[in-house]
Design a protein around this ligand. Structure first.
Ligand code: ASP
Ligand code: MG
Length: 401
């Protein structure tokens, strides 16, 4: 068996934890498995490096930032190899260059294109545990790149796919994927299984357990994932295409507090208005999420949409800039104290009434809904941010996990 095991920053934060991870990997190795380990930087090292950069030059170029950040993962893999060697187990650390993990050239947010497997395969044949840096790659110009915050998960899944691994285990500081954030909902429960699609909805809603692109990649290449704790031996959550059991009506409740709502009021009710609005926003790299357009009246209409909190000002400035030109409107309003609460479940496709139950729970908790959006397996409401925890608990209780 070939296993890929990925450990996050908290799992390798100090000497004791490094040895704990080393021992877990060695156990697998001694069963006769080929073991490939992917590591994040130790503890909060990536943040520490970013602060150092900011201190020297707040406008540091992305290229140099990537050059700096890649040292975090390089430190943890080298120390891990040393730990394993001190336990008399042959191990070798490899960075993105040595493996050759080819990515696009977008510094800070590069995409993996191709992974060469020869070097890793060669080291496995020599019966070594191979420890690979997560989060980093190499561009076509031979510059280091990084895959975006949390990107080590994606490195692990990509490696598992490229090596046709038999399993891909993502170790973290929680026991698996929960029906809600246990810090907000006290009786949240750990899920045994979840589908890729549900996980994708939850990841993008800010459930935070897995890097979004890692789930996309796992789905694309059919890599079954296990999310489990590095601190205990509990079973974790399996992420896969189809779950064995009857599909859960609702698998989880998630929230996202990093949201702002922009309302563009009194636009002309004509073809092309939505196109112009969202084209201008796209040109300024504003990612838009929930969109709502009112029905036209007196030749005018309103469009509102949500963006991430940090993009609210850019979005408003963009609209303001075009008000006297191609985007005539009466008013632009921004509301920054909002949040999204969502339910996700593959089972809702074939069961009516799921949305109604969510709305009733919110009504009973006296939570006002400002906007609604849905996908086949998700219902999202926009509410006042101060209502978030109350809403989460009410909805979670309704679906009785
Ligand atoms: N060390 C990187 C980060 O903090 C990558 C990762 O942990 O996955 O974002
Ligand atoms: Mg992570």
């Amino acid at each position: 068996m070939l296993v890929v095991k990925k450990f996050g920053g908290t799992s390798v934060a100090n000497k004791e934890r490094i040895f704990n991870v080393a021992k877990r990997c060695i156990e697998d190795y001694q069963k006769g498995n080929d073991v490939v380990v992917v590591l994040s930087a130790m503890g909060k090292q990536t943040d520490v490096l970013l602060e150092m950069a900011n201190d020297i030059n707040p406008k540091a170029s992305k290229r140099e930032l990537d050059m700096l950040l890649t040292t975090g993962e390089q430190t943890s893999v080298a120390l891990m190899a040393m730990a394993m060697q001190s336990l008399n187990v042959p191990a070798i650390s490899l960075n993105a260059f040595q493996v050759a993990m080819h990515t696009s050239s977008v510094a800070g947010n590069a995409r993996l294109k191709k992974i060469d497997t020869e070097r890793i395969q060669h080291e496995l044949e020599q019966k070594k545990i191979v420890i690979v840096t997560g989060f980093q790659g190499v561009s076509q110009y031979d510059d280091y790149t990084t895959l975006g915050r949390g990107g080590s998960d994606t490195t692990a899944v990509a490696l598992a796919a490229a090596l046709r691994a038999d399993s891909c285990e993502i170790y973290t500081d929680v026991d698996g994927v929960y029906t809600a954030d246990p810090r907000i909902v006290k009786d949240a429960k750990k899920l045994d299984e979840i589908t890729y699609d549900e996980m994708l909805e939850l990841a993008s809603l800010g459930a935070g357990v897995l890097h979004n692109r890692s789930v996309e990649m796992a789905k694309k290449y059919g890599v079954q994932l296990v999310v489990r704790s590095s601190l205990n031996t509990s079973e974790g959550t399996v992420v896969k295409e189809e779950v064995k059991m009857e599909k859960m009506l609702v698998s989880g409740v998630a929230c996202d507090k990093n949201v702002a709502r922009i309302a563009v009021v009194g636009l002309e009710d004509q073809p092309g208005v939505a196109f112009k609005l969202f084209r201008h926003l796209a040109n300024h790299n504003v990612n838009v999420d929930m969109i709502l357009q009112s029905i036209g009246r007196d030749n005018s209409k309103d469009i509102s949409f949500t963006v991430t909190g940090d993009m609210a000002d850019v979005a408003v400035e963009t609209v303001e800039r075009h008000r006297s030109g191609s985007l005539k409107c009466q008013d632009v309003k921004v509301k920054k104290d909002v949040a999204k609460v969502s339910i996700v479940g593959a089972g809702m496709q074939s069961n009516p009434g799921v949305a109604a139950r969510m709305f009733e729970a919110l009504y009973s908790a006296n939570v006002n809904i400002q906007q609604i959006s849905t996908s086949e397996i998700r219902v999202t409401v926009l509410i006042d941010r101060e209502d978030t925890d109350r809403a989460m608990n009410a909805v979670h209780k309704e679906f009785d996990f």
